[in-house]
Design a protein around this ligand. Sequence first.
Ligand code: MG
Length: 333
Amino acid sequence: MSSVAPFQEIFGDFVVVAIPTRTDFRGINIREAALFRGPCGWSEFSPFLEYDTSEAKTWLKAAVEGAYQEWPDLLRSEVKINATLPRVSPDRVPEILAKFPGCATIKIKIDDFEQDHYLVEAALEEVPDAMIRLDVNGGWSLQQALLNLHDYHLRFGKVFEYVEQPCLALEDLRDLKAEIPIKIAVDESIRKNLGSDMSILREVADVAIVKWAPSGGIAAARELIESIGLPAVVSSALDTGIGISHAAALAASLSGAEYACGLGTVSLLMDDVVVPPVVPMNGVISVGRVTPSSAQLHKYRASPERHSWWQNRITSIWNSGLSDEVKDLGWLN
Ligand SMILES: [Mg+2]
């Protein structure tokens, strides 16, 4: 067996960038990402700062795959994109949706009907024929979900493509699914149930939200989608254009129903490391390997302190078993 490329060879020249965000998304105003390259191209490691070693390890696995493995066969050269609308004041909706030209599907982060139906109104004012996705991040009890979705349905009728993770508990989702005329998508439920029988999700939901990095890369995400057996919506976690390129390749490799992907999120950053930025045009982004511009890497380079912080993070994850795992997969041979 050939030897594993040494740590230094993989991560020796990684760059950490810090890019301001346009809105407060998950409480984040600066997005940090570690970028590095391998024989197959550039890749990205950017788990959120609060994630511990075991959660971030999956992201690093995806990042290494991205740099050291070829993409699978792609069935499309571009993927449809949904607009992503964070919980902003309704007067900011036109400005944000303008960053997603041609996107006919709009995903809206909401807490409840009372406060947030204005966001749906404002979105439909901008894009009258839009399909709307509501994302609750598991924030409702069954009772709250029934009441809120009843109100949304009464007020807006058939505009909803699905509601994403209205409740966290699988029993609540199952009960809800029997009661409401809106499809249900699972997101948090997938990560919470990893390692158990994923086919149970077919009983509680209609759509699976799958992400490139949290799944551990393209091969792992494809296996995950297969094991769930639901149509998949490929989505991102506020990556730079590098991470988005890998997620778009995942989406383009999937056969079956083609849902708009949540991969327009570079539009929520003030800028990208890739020029031109990997943002939707005419409702799609094109799929292909991308390279960061050296000027952009220079412009957004993080402080030496932040670089050290990421260096320590990568080192401890690598030494926590990922190096062996990657060796067993034969990725570095
Ligand atoms: Mg979600």
